[in-house]
Design a protein around this ligand. Structure first.
Ligand code: SF4
Length: 162
């Protein structure tokens, strides 16, 4: 299963992802209609993209009174059925990541759908802050990174004690 990965350290805050997302879903370049949001912290020039993480236990799905949100067991994507949505906004309240939002009209609920398996945002993220990866590959990379860090710490400790 593939997941959208965020590497905050690489984000330059260009917001190209927001424009690409909006265009993909509406045919217009309006960040207010983007399913991904780049949070800006100008005091220390930090930019943190946030987007639906397609939670395994999706609170949005649990609170939706009309079952407009359902997790697709094959793709892992929590899908929104616009026809069933009554705009009660309970999913927005329930999302621990703040990743479900209203569109530019302030009336329609929108969320990331991974563009049906070919996310538009990653194609324009030139710094590489966004990627779409197999969970298993990511796990292996993370294990390797952590092991490398621990090795460096162990080396420093040995040097310090020598
Ligand atoms: S395109 Fe990439 S670098 Fe630019 S704002 Fe989005 S996540 Fe950050």
């Amino acid at each position: 299963m593939k997941v959208l990965m965020l590497d905050q350290a690489k984000c330059t805050g260009c917001r190209a992802c927001e424009y690409a997302c909006s265009f993909e879903h509406t045919g217009k370049f309006n960040p207010l209609d983007s399913r991904i949001k780049v949070n800006e912290f100008w005091e220390d020039l930090t930019f943190v993209p946030s987007v639906c993480l397609q939670c395994e236990r999706a609170y949005c799905e649990e609170v939706c009174p009309t079952s407009a949100l359902t997790k697709n067991p094959e793709t892992g994507v929590v899908e929104l059925n616009k026809e069933k949505c009554i705009g009660c906004k309970q999913c927005i309240v329930a999302c621990p990541w703040g990743s479900i939002k209203l569109d530019h009209t302030g009336k329609e609920v929108i969320k990331c759908d991974n563009c049906g398996g070919d996310p538009a945002c990653i194609k324009v993220c030139y710094p590489g802050a966004l990627s779409y990866e197999e969970v298993e590959d990511i796990t292996n990379v993370k294990v390797q990174e952590t092991a490398t860090r621990l090795k460096e710490i162990a080396k420093d400790l040995v040097k310090g004690g020598a």
